[in-house]
Design a protein around this ligand. Sequence first.
Ligand SMILES: NC(=O)C1=CN([C@@H]2O[C@H](COP(=O)(O)OP(=O)(O)OC[C@H]3O[C@@H](n4cnc5c(N)ncnc54)[C@H](OP(=O)(O)O)[C@@H]3O)[C@@H](O)[C@H]2O)C=CC1
Ligand SMILES: Nc1nc(=O)c2c([nH]1)NC[C@@H]1CN(c3ccc(C(=O)N[C@@H](CCC(=O)O)C(=O)O)cc3)C=[N+]21
Length: 292
Amino acid sequence: MSTVADTRLLPGKTVRARILSEVSAYVNQVGRIGKLVSISIGNVPEVAVYVRNQARAASAVGVPFDQQLWDRSISQEVCQSLIREMNDDPDVLGIILQRPVPDHINVRALQAAIHPLKDVEGMNPASIGNIVYNDVAMAPCTAAAAVELIRETGLTMAGLEVVMVGHSEIVGKPVAMMLMAEGATVTVCHHMTRSVAMHSRRADVVVVAVGKAHLIGPDMIKPGAVVIDIGINHVPGPDGPVVVGDVQTDAVKEVAGWITPVPGGVGLVTVAILLRNAIRAHQQQRAAGWIR
Ligand SMILES: NC(=O)C1=CN([C@@H]2O[C@H](COP(=O)(O)OP(=O)(O)OC[C@H]3O[C@@H](n4cnc5c(N)ncnc54)[C@H](OP(=O)(O)O)[C@@H]3O)[C@@H](O)[C@H]2O)C=CC1
Ligand SMILES: Nc1nc(=O)c2c([nH]1)NC[C@@H]1CN(c3ccc(C(=O)N[C@@H](CCC(=O)O)C(=O)O)cc3)C=[N+]21
């Protein structure tokens, strides 16, 4: 592996550090700030990694973090009433509902129960709807992280040809909307797209959020393009399972101009964006007269 190729890695660490230092300065300036509540329903190992990193980052910037793990047999009604109590609790700054939730829970109804001013992930239908109006202040964290990493390349967003592979409500769709708001030309591919390669080969930027290891190879990328790999997949490695993205990173790195590594890329920035959203929630609550 040459050092020249490594400079093509877009470092999540740098972007994360920049965002967290802004958050930290804000928290220091306001002094006292409410807590960020993370709700996990049932134990999911992938979520546990995310929550651990959230707790670490929150502690580093001085945001109190309350990690709640609800029993997987909890009822929809109880979840909703617990969320309503948090909406009314002045000590709660924001609420994030970790996905996935057990099958008997209606995730959309729970997301709708989170008050928009405490919805730090922007997944309440009212918040996510604002993205259509180009109001992206409280966007889903992973989508915002992908946009932030594209910005890090210094490329001009206006007119950029972007291919988004995957169209989930939490990643693919918001990424597409946010990039359209920046003036990019966005093509969205999904499992029924006849040839993802036909689209991705013409793109200046390819963003991938599918959840299939090795899906994107070097033959699918235009030389010099930006590749943002959001996927998280556990695959067998020589010393046990390892985490890889959806992109064949080593091979694609030889073709791409920039690529985000997994781990060390989008995930790190996602956590920082959550905290940035938390301080935005604080600003909005202040503007609404909820807090002084
Ligand atoms: N780093 C981070 O912060 C985060 C990472 N992730 C990771 O990102 C990945 C995607 O997550 P998420 O969006 O929630 O997943 P979903 O499973 O909700 O969505 C996957 C998307 O990929 C599409 N898809 C499936 N197969 C193909 C294919 N062969 N070609 C093109 N598109 C395809 C699906 O299309 P269709 O619906 O039409 O089947 C769907 O839109 C996962 O690996 C997840 O772990 C997720 C959230 C945060
Ligand atoms: N409502 C909801 N929103 C999410 O955004 C959401 C979710 N639920 N459920 C789980 C997935 C997964 N996810 C991750 C975010 C960051 C890292 C992360 O910090 N990754 C680091 C460290 C990895 C490690 O420590 O092993 C990295 O990629 O370098 C991982 C995973 C967000 N998700």
